[in-house]
Design a binder for this molecule. Structure first.
Ligand SMILES: Nc1nc2c(c(=O)[nH]1)N(C=O)[C@@H](CNc1ccc(C(=O)N[C@@H](CCC(=O)O)C(=O)O)cc1)CN2
Ligand SMILES: Nc1ncnc2c1ncn2[C@@H]1O[C@H](COP(=O)(O)OP(=O)(O)OP(=O)(O)O)[C@@H](O)[C@H]1O
Length: 193
């Protein structure tokens, strides 16, 4: 299967999960990651708002806030095409919808966090394989935005892909720009490379 075929197949799969399965997955992911991140204090953590059958993040966002972490969300860069910015997201932050119909914070430059100052960055993904290869929605946003950090000796942020178990495939055909992940969390497991 090529990248487009895998994308189509896995997007269908995750969109066909029932509400109950989605809810259970979201709850389990929350418990998994709260346990995994328990040594962090007042961390800056980038997440995303759920779209297209992706693993739910609302519960995790609420828990992280309760634990005094700061939550950031991606905002599509207003003029650097294909890049993301990460903006602070609080309970009542003004929101707007981007061109894909995904909620994102209304751009406020004073609340943007440079990537190297984030402690943890969670990426959405469509499919992953046993080697940590990641396939996204096809915009190249995360690959492009993180490319600069991948080239240098990279300490921060820790990048963690989030996915349902059903998004694991035998093999993701890779491209030169793809950034393999060192950690993918599902509701059930943590895959580390
Ligand atoms: N929840 C979430 N937020 C995210 C991402 C994501 O994958 N998930 N992104 C990760 O990069 C960025 C947005 N990238 C996206 C790229 C394509 C489509 C999408 O639905 N594409 C349609 C075609 C839409 C069109 O061109 O008008 C499709 O493939 O059906 C959505 C998001 C930033 N925010
Ligand atoms: N580092 C980069 N520099 C320039 N272009 C890039 C880079 N990374 C990806 N692209 C471009 O973005 C397009 C989409 O890439 P790809 O199919 O890998 O996206 P994706 O990983 O599925 O999406 P996303 O990262 O947004 O979840 C490709 O055509 C590629 O040319």
């Amino acid at each position: 299967m090529n990248r487009a075929q895998i994308r189509e197949l896995v997007r269908k799969k995750r969109n066909s999960l029932t509400k109950k399965q989605q809810q259970e997955a979201e709850n389990a992911l929350n418990l998994n990651l709260i346990q995994q991140l328990k040594h962090y204090k007042n961390a800056k953590i980038a997440l995303y708002l759920t779209n297209d059958g992706e693993l739910g993040t609302n519960k995790l966002i609420q828990s992280l806030r309760t634990l005094n972490h700061q939550v950031y969300l991606p905002v599509i860069h207003p003029f650097s095409a294909g890049y993301l910015l990460f903006q602070l997201h609080e309970e009542n932050s003004p929101m707007s919808t981007n061109r894909y119909g995904i909620f994102e914070p209304k751009l406020n430059c004073s609340q943007i966090c440079p990537i190297e100052q984030l402690d943890i960055l969670f990426t959405p993904l469509v499919a992953f394989d046993a080697q940590g290869n990641r396939l996204g929605m096809g915009g190249g946003f995360y690959d492009r935005t993180l490319a600069k950090y991948y080239q240098e000796q990279w300490q921060k942020p820790i990048v963690i892909g989030l996915a349902h178990e059903c998004q694991k495939v035998d093999h993701v055909p890779t491209e030169a720009w793809d950034i393999p992940l060192k950690w993918i969390a599902t509701p059930e497991f943590n895959y580390r490379w």
